[in-house]
Ligand binder design. Structure first.
Ligand code: AMP
Ligand code: GLY
Length: 436
C-alpha cells in the first residue's frame, strides 16, 4: 500500500512512524516535503503544499492509495476538495468543515448555534466597534481580563490575553494593523470573556458519523519554564489519566463532541478527519476554547506512541465511513514529548547547526525521537533547519516515568544553542499560564 503524508514537522514524522509501526501490511511511504528524520522511513518529495497540481500529479503518477494531511493551511486552502474532485483518496476535512479552525468567528457562531459551552464573545470589524463594546462593560470593568483573537489562521500568533480594557483595545488595533498577523487574518477580530482553569486537548478521529477518542493530552505553549515568555508552536506535550478525569471527559463528550459532530452534519459539512478540541476546565465545567481540524503538534507525538490499532486501518475507515467497525485501542499508560528548539526560537533563530548524540539515544528503551526542523548538510551531517528541531518522546507506566525516559534521552543530545523546557508535565493553572 502506498501512503502520502503532507507536511514536514514532528507531527508528520510521528504519523508516518505510527503508520509503519502499527501496519500489518507492507507500506510504501511518501512525504511532501518532509525532513531528515522522515527521509529515513519515507520518500520525501520537495513539493510546496500550496502547489495542488504538482501534488495531484505525484499521487496519480505514483498510484498513491491514500493521502493524509498534517497541517491546517492546506486544509483551509481546500486541498481535500481538490483531491476529491480528481477522484484521489485523501483523509481530512473539506474546506467548508475546515472553517471550524480557519475562522474563529465562524467557529464561535457555530458553537453558539449548537449550544456548545464556550466563552462569551463578540465579533468586531473595526477598532471603533471594539472600543464601543469593551467600554459598554459587556466584558467587565476597565480592569477585567479579556481575550482578543484574529479571526483567521495565524500560526499561534493571533491570540492575545489582555489584562485590562486598555490592553484589549490596543491589542485589537495591533491585530487590525496587520503587524502581528496578516491583515487578512485580522479583518475580523473576536473579543472573548477570559476563562480560568486547567487546559486540555481532546483529539478524535471522525468519519462524518462515528468517532473514536484519542487519549486526552496537554501541551505547553510558552517558550519559558513556568509558562513564561512568548507563545510557541508547542514546547512539549503529555498524555495520561490525570489530564481529564472520566467524569469531565463524559461531559466533554456529551456537551461538546457530540453536538459538534451532529451540528456539522446538520449544517451540511459532516466532519471527516481529526478534530482537536482546545478545552478549558473551568469551575463551571469544561468549555471549548477552539477547534483545530487536524492533529496537534507536539500532541500527536505523545498520543500516537500509545496507539495499538493499525493507523492505516483507521485512516481507511475514516475515508470509507466505516470507523464504527474499527476498535481503536491505546496502551494503558502515560506518555510525554519534550521539544528541543533552536537558539532564539520563537523569534529569529539560526539554522545549519550540527546535531550530536542521536545515535546513543537510538539505543534507549521506550524513547522515540521525532524530527521537526532537521536536514542533511551537503556532507550528509544532520543539522538544524527550523525553530522546533526534535521531539523526544517516550511512554511510561506513569507520567513521571515517561518524563524520566524523555529527559534521560535529552541529556544525550546536544547542539550549540539547543533550548528546551525542563518542566514539561508540570502544570500551573491559568490565568498564570496565559497572562502576557
Ligand atoms: P486558542 O488558539 O483559541 O486556543 O488560544 C490559544 C491560547 O490562548 C489557549 O491555549 C489559552 O491558553 C488562551 N486562551 C484562548 N481563549 C481564552 C479564553 N477565553 N480565556 C483564557 N485564555 C484563553
Ligand atoms: N500544539 C497546538 C497545536 O498544534 O495547535
Amino acid at each position: 500500500m502506498k501512503l502520502l503524508v503532507l507536511g514536514s514537522g514532528g507531527r508528520e514524522h510521528a504519523i508516518l512512524w505510527s503508520l509503519k509501526q502499527t501496519a500489518d501490511v507492507e507500506l510504501d511511504l511518501y512525504c511532501a516535503p518532509g525532513n531528515a528524520g522522515i527521509a529515513d522511513i519515507a520518500a520525501c518529495k520537495p513539493i510546496s503544499l500550496t502547489d495542488h497540481s504538482t501534488l495531484t500529479s505525484l499521487v496519480k503518477r505514483e498510484a498513491i492509495d491514500l493521502t493524509i494531511v498534517g497541517p491546517e493551511a492546506p486544509l483551509a486552502d481546500g486541498i481535500v476538495d481538490v483531491f476529491e474532485r480528481n477522484g484521489l483518496p485523501i483523509v481530512g476535512p473539506s474546506q467548508a468543515a475546515s472553517r471550524l479552525e480557519s475562522s474563529k468567528a465562524f467557529a464561535k457562531d457555530f458553537m453558539a448555534r449548537h449550544k456548545i459551552p464556550t466563552a462569551e464573545y463578540r465579533v468586531v470589524r473595526s477598532a471603533g466597534e471594539a472600543e464601543e463594546i469593551l467600554r459598554s462593560g459587556a466584558f467587565g470593568s476597565a480592569a477585567s481580563r479579556t481575550v482578543v483573537k484574529a479571526d483567521g489562521l495565524a500560526a499561534g500568533k493571533g491570540v492575545i490575553v489582555a489584562n485590562s480594557r486598555a490592553e484589549a483595545e490596543e491589542s485589537v488595533r495591533m491585530l487590525m494593523s496587520g503587524k502581528l498577523v496578516g491583515a487578512e487574518a485580522a479583518r475580523q477580530v473576536v473579543i472573548e470573556e477570559a476563562l480560568f482553569g486547567a487546559e486540555a486537548s481532546l483529539l478524535l478521529f471522525a468519519d462524518g458519523r462515528d468517532y473514536a477518542l484519542m487519549p486526552p493530552a496537554r501541551d505547553h505553549k510558552r517558550i519559558g519554564e513556568n509558562d513564561t515568555g512568548p507563545n510557541t508552536g508547542g514546547m512539549g506535550a503529555v498524555t495520561g489519566p490525570s489530564i481529564l478525569e472520566a467524569k469531565t471527559l463524559q461531559r466533554v463528550v456529551s456537551e461538546i463532541v457530540e453536538p459538534t459532530l451532529a451540528g456539522a452534519r446538520a449544517e451540511g459539512f459532516p466532519f471527516r478527519g481529526v478534530l482537536f478540541l482546545g478545552l478549558m476546565l473551568t469551575a463551571a465545567g469544561p468549555k471549548l476554547l477552539e477547534y483545530n481540524v487536524r492533529m496537534g503538534d507536539p500532541e500527536t507525538q505523545a498520543i500516537l506512541i500509545r496507539l495499538k490499532t493499525s493507523l492505516v486501518e483507521i485512516f481507511e475507515a475514516i475515508r470509507t465511513g466505516k470507523l464504527g467497525d474499527v476498535k481503536v485501542e491505546w496502551t494503558n499508560d502515560s506518555s510525554a514529548c519534550v521539544v528541543l528548539a533552536s537558539q532564539g526560537y520563537p523569534a529569529q533563530y539560526n539554522v545549519d547547526v550540527p546535531i550530536e548524540g542521536l545515535d546513543g539515544v537510538g539505543l534507549l528503551e521506550n524513547v522515540t525521537v521525532f524530527h521537526a526542523g532537521t536536514k542533511r548538510s551537503e556532507t550528509g551531517e544532520l543539522v538544524t533547519a527550523g525553530g522546533r528541531v526534535l521531539g523526544v518522546t517516550a511512554r511510561g507506566e506513569t507520567l513521571e516515568r515517561a518524563l524520566d525516559h524523555c529527559y534521560n534521552a535529552v541529556a544525550e543530545i546536544k547542539w550549540e544553542g539547543m533550548q528546551y523546557r525542563r518542566d514539561i508535565g508540570k502544570f500551573r493553572e491559568s490565568p498564570s499560564r496565559t497572562s502576557s
